[in-house]
Design a protein around this ligand. Structure first.
Ligand SMILES: C[S@@+](CC[C@H](N)C(=O)[O-])C[C@H]1O[C@@H](n2cnc3c(N)ncnc32)[C@H](O)[C@@H]1O
Length: 196
């Protein structure tokens, strides 16, 4: 497990938003309440604010939340919390960029079910799950790694807009070589059926 996110935060502080988030916003087609889960120092939070969303930004690291709070921006609600303890409200868009796999296997499905319930009808989730071929999937690492079938099973009640499997060598933000096995996901919550 990672001891500190400090170096990662230094490297990502001024990064442009994730491509998945940019795509998800254009698919959504409107603004509203957004949740940035595992916001780090806010590359995606800042983009959501600039696009006109009201953003709840959640991370368990004080450094991340202090950095965002210092923006003193209206429509930004930074919350220092674990995903497990966070009380979800209701959102048009939920972004979790490289964040949910850090949940322990035993709580992953419970937290993801809460996340799904908190999406508004037609709301969009964008984020990643990690696959079992990932370098970090070693004995003793409590993070969550899923087979393709397990990943799709988590999404079974949602409309899949994008589901891309990356299974390739690459680098971390810090420049360390690793094998990435990642499912890049954009999904939409079905609207309830109309009663005539
Ligand atoms: C890889 S970083 C991604 C940060 C940000 N989304 C980005 O793309 O720059 C993962 C973030 O998730 C946070 N995190 C990991 N597990 C968490 C948990 N169980 N509860 C709350 N935050 C968590 C970490 O503190 C870290 O800031």
């Amino acid at each position: 497990m990672r001891k500190s996110w400090d170096h990662f935060y230094q490297l990502t502080q001024d990064k442009s938003p994730s491509a998945g988030l940019v795509k998800a916003i254009s698919l959504l087609g409107h603004t509203g309440e957004a949740l940035d889960l595992g916001c780090g120092v806010g590359r995606d939070t800042r983009y959501l604010l600039a696009q006109g969303f009201q953003v709840t930004a959640v991370d368990r690291e004080a450094k991340a939340i202090v950095t965002l709070a210092s923006l003193s921006t209206p429509h930004l609600y930074p919350v220092q919390s674990t995903f497990e303890d966070f009380t979800f409200a209701s959102y048009a868009l939920i972004n979790a960029h490289f964040a949910l796999p850090f949940l322990q296997t035993g709580v992953f499905s419970t937290v993801f079910a809460r996340l799904k319930r908190s999406l508004k009808p037609d709301g969009i989730f964008v984020g990643q799950f990690f696959g079992i071929h990932d370098t970090w999937n070693v004995a003793g690492n409590p993070m969550t790694f899923l087979t393709r079938e397990q990943a799709l099973a988590e999404l079974v009640d949602l409309k899949i807009m994008e589901f891309e499997e990356e299974d390739a060598d690459g680098e971390t933000a810090e420049g360390t070589t690793k094998h990435w096995h990642v499912f890049h996901i954009i999904v939409c919550k079905h609207s309830p059926p109309k009663i005539e």
